[in-house]
Design a protein around this ligand. Structure first.
Ligand code: SF4
Ligand code: SF4
Length: 148
């Protein structure tokens, strides 16, 4: 189910040129109604429910109706970020709240080595190898073949 904005909570990111949800949406779906100073998802059928807007909204004004495999019908899930963790709160229909806290990446932006330093791999599109393979497999392919 796509993201939606709870208008009572949205402050339009205090009328910045570009709101946080506009900035982060990889599909460029979030827009700001400048008259009402409220954001909305302009093409819900194009939303792939990545939760980026939900996570970045400073007022927790965006929700996504989650799939039943991680929350039951009628529940609401909201993330709360800190410098080193993210806590997901799931509020169930009967008002029970469960919280799940996980560590997040703390390395500085731009410090990740692309492909983890492995060679990108083959340019051959017909190759069965995935990017960075065979190096990232940590195995010599010939020995894999020999052992199988
Ligand atoms: S990030 Fe949140 S507060 Fe800012 S415009 Fe979007 S929905 Fe509104
Ligand atoms: S859930 Fe992802 S794709 Fe959907 S509006 Fe938010 S940021 Fe965009």
């Amino acid at each position: 189910m796509p993201s939606f904005v709870i208008t009572e909570k949205c402050d339009g990111c205090k009328a910045l040129d570009k709101t946080a949800c506009q900035y982060v949406c990889p599909n460029d779906l979030m827009v700001l109604d400048k008259e009402k100073n409220k954001a909305y998802n302009r093409a819900v059928d194009m939303c792939w429910e990545c939760y980026s807007c939900v996570k970045i909204c400073p007022t927790q004004a965006i929700e996504v109706r989650g799939y039943a495999d991680f929350m039951p019908l009628g529940a609401v899930v909201q993330p709360m970020r800190s410098t080193d963790t993210i806590m997901w709160s799931v509020r169930f229909r009967n008002k029970t709240i469960k919280r799940f806290k996980f560590p997040i990446r703390t390395t500085p932006e731009g410090s990740i080595v692309p492909d983890a330093g492995y060679d990108s791999g083959s340019d051959d599109l017909k190759s069965p190898l995935l990017r960075t393979e065979p190096g990232s497999l940590g195995q010599d392919l010939f020995s894999l073949k020999r052992d199988s």
